[in-house]
Write a protein that binds this ligand. Structure first.
Ligand code: IMP
Ligand code: MG
Length: 174
């Protein structure tokens, strides 16, 4: 099936926003050891740009969960696919996410990682569809609050397509 794509947030706006977020994160974690935890696969592009805009040293790790499969709607079930390599006990951890929708994925991850005793655990998301929230959850750093559109590009996919696009685009099934 062919989809129509429409640019929603151009890459230059994404990059300006990331510079702002990176300044805030650098200020908050200066002098501390910080682990950025990237939620695969969607947050990969965001992580790559975010960490290169920080003015503090960080380490990175990756975690992967599945909640959607190939569907555009959440199934509400979250499964751990790939765990962290690092031990986060006593460490400052910042979860890096592409988009928060119902909040179910992040809630699951926050509970899982909290149980390992990090020194702190916070959330940084590029996009937030606040109006779709089903569980209470407020990210500590947010790029853009967006309305209920299905978006792709800049790491985000629709059935594994479009992650490579530099702009964030809205998908309209054609
Ligand atoms: P939640 O558990 O409903 O908050 O879903 C979060 C996950 O769903 C994100 O990590 C994305 O992988 C995926 N997702 C939610 N909305 C979109 C979207 O508009 N485009 C692409 N992926 C999305
Ligand atoms: Mg996804």
């Amino acid at each position: 099936m062919e989809q129509q794509l429409e640019v929603f947030i151009p890459s230059r706006e994404v990059h300006l926003k990331i510079q702002e977020i990176a300044r805030d994160i650098s200020r908050e974690y200066r002098g501390k050891r910080l682990i950025l935890v990237c939620i695969l696969k969607g947050a990969v592009v965001f992580l790559a740009d975010l960490m290169r805009n920080l003015s503090i040293p960080v380490t990175i790790d990756f975690i992967s969960v599945s909640s959607y499969g190939y569907a555009a709607r959440s199934s509400g079930k979250v499964r751990l696919i790939k765990d962290l390599d690092l031990d986060i006990a006593g460490e400052h951890v910042l979860l890096v996410e592409d988009i928060i929708d119902t909040g179910i994925t992040l809630k699951f991850l926050l509970q899982l990682l909290e149980s390992r005793g990090p020194a702190s655990l916070k959330v940084c998301t590029l996009l937030d569809k606040v109006e779709r929230r089903e569980v209470s959850l407020t990210p500590d750093y947010t790029g853009f609050v967006i309305p209920d559109h299905f978006v792709v590009g800049y790491g985000l996919d629709y059935g594994e397509s479009y992650r490579y696009l530099p702009d964030i685009c809205i998908v309209n099934p054609g």
